[in-house]
Design a protein around this ligand. Structure first.
Ligand SMILES: Cc1ncc(COP(=O)(O)O)c(C=O)c1O
Length: 428
């Protein structure tokens, strides 16, 4: 559908801008203060993990399969924690290290490993000259921040409904200064799409010029389905095994959005040779991980089915929020033809595309009208070239707050779209 504001004659468009401005002014007068900025679980969701806190008490046995959780040692994580994360990630437990409470932290550690020490005996990247990293965009701002922090040039790669544009990726990896790519293969942040089988196969078939290139496969939303029928992601390690490749992918996951964000357990998986290489750096940076948290998790979730049952309960809380976003955006903007958005079946985000030049203005207008959104451009490494993408994070507010925030969002998006149409004609 075409942008309806472009079809209005000058007088009608000017009148429409005034009417939409009055709508926004009326909403601003309510003095709202709502936050849709970050993808945090709601209190209601987090409370569903409280029983995990009862898994241990002062009388509990603090051993897991003969390993002491209450002291130093067991640097790769407790056996049951490795088994649990391995079955979540679809890899053998021997190829998994469970460490810390943040997968982003492990990603940082892996980038640091390549930068300071070198991947599998390669020259440390810090001594290799200009470095580049591929950033499918829209994508996750904290990924981009990690590689920017190490001085990589972040190179945007367009996202398609099937995943990153693989023609572009295949072209760019011919450059030996390209050392990796950020991927969120399931319920991507923020688009919510799951990579197609074809994308996974082409990713696994990459022949990068740099031997120290790795795919950072951040499977943060592996079990985060909103519906019983979830998206299916092809297991990239199975594809790699079929091709006899022993290196290419570092996979990450955590229970941040399963149990307690910031106090979950996190894991990295890689080929046997890659994981041995990574452990060389991990052994220097920590004596061992926090195994008490691992013990609490495995006592509460003895297997992946227990995790899935828990995720189904979390989905009951999250699903109405996503459905509200879809309904409100359809009602508020569907007839205007000036925006598109995704309708994910899992994950934490909806990706919104407004007219070119609208995103920063919508975000700023929402802020002045009482609604904080993720900053415009956050989903891009550097600036969003069209200034059109906004990440909607519906998980944290209550349904009532979300409803009010979406009313503001739609009113602001309509007004900015009409203003842009008017300005393009020199009317304002
Ligand atoms: C794609 C993605 N990866 C990683 C994280 C952070 O995970 P963690 O808490 O395990 O560091 C997030 C959080 O929003 C995310 O969206």
């Amino acid at each position: 559908m075409d942008n309806v504001y472009l079809a209005l004659d000058d007088a009608a468009l000017a009148a429409e801008v005034d009417r939409l401005q009055a709508d926004v002014d009326a909403l601003a007068a309510k003095g709202l203060s709502l936050d849709m900025a970050r993808g945090k679980p709601s209190r209601e969701q987090v409370d569903l993990s409280r029983s995990m806190l009862d898994a241990l008490d002062s009388g509990s046995c603090l051993e897991d399969q003969g390993q002491d959780a209450a002291n130093y040692g067991v640097p790769d994580g407790l056996p049951s924690a490795r088994a649990l994360m391995a079955s979540l990630m679809g890899v053998p437990a021997s190829q998994v290290v469970v460490a810390g409470s943040s997968s982003l932290n492990l990603m940082f550690d892996c980038v640091a490993h390549g930068f300071v020490r070198g991947v599998r005996g390669a020259k440390p990247q810090c001594a290799q000259g200009p470095l580049r990293f591929l950033c499918p965009a829209p994508g996750y701002d904290r990924h981009f921040a990690v590689t920017e922090h190490f001085g990589f040039e972040n190179v945007p790669v367009p996202m398609t409904p099937e995943g990153p544009d693989m023609d572009v990726v295949e072209g760019l990896v011919a450059d030996p200064s390209v050392k990796g790519i950020w991927c969120v293969p399931k319920y991507q942040n923020p688009c919510g799409i799951t990579y197609s089988d074809e994308t996974v196969r082409r990713m696994a078939a990459l022949r990068p010029a740099a031997p120290d290139f790795r795919v950072y496969w951040d499977n943060a939303y592996a079990v985060h389905n909103l519906y019983d029928e979830g998206d299916e992601l092809l297991n990239i390690f199975d594809v790699l095994a079929g091709e006899g490749r022993d290196a290419l992918v570092y996979e990450f996951a955590s229970t941040s959005k399963v149990t307690f964000p910031g106090s979950g357990i996190a894991a990295v998986a890689a080929s046997p040779a890659d994981i041995a290489d990574l452990k060389g750096s991990f052994a220097v940076e920590r004596v061992c991980p926090d195994k008490m948290s691992q013990l609490m998790h495995v006592r509460s979730f003895p297997d992946v089915d227990a995790v899935r049952a828990h995720m189904a309960r979390l989905a009951e809380v999250l699903r109405p929020r996503f459905e509200l976003v879809e309904r409100r955006l359809s009602e508020g903007l569907g007839e205007t033809g000036c925006a598109t958005w995704t309708t994910p079946r899992g994950g934490y985000f909806v990706s919104f595309e407004g007219p070119e030049g609208s995103a920063s203005r919508i975000v700023e207008l929402c802020r002045r009208t009482g609604v904080t959104l993720t900053g415009a451009g956050a989903t891009w490494p550097g600036d969003d070239p069209r200034d059109s993408n906004i990440r909607i994070a519906p998980s944290y507010p209550t349904l009532e707050e979300l409803d009010a925030a979406l009313e503001v969002f739609c009113a602001c998006a309509r007004l900015v779209s009409a203003q842009l149409a008017a300005e393009a004609r020199g009317l304002r």
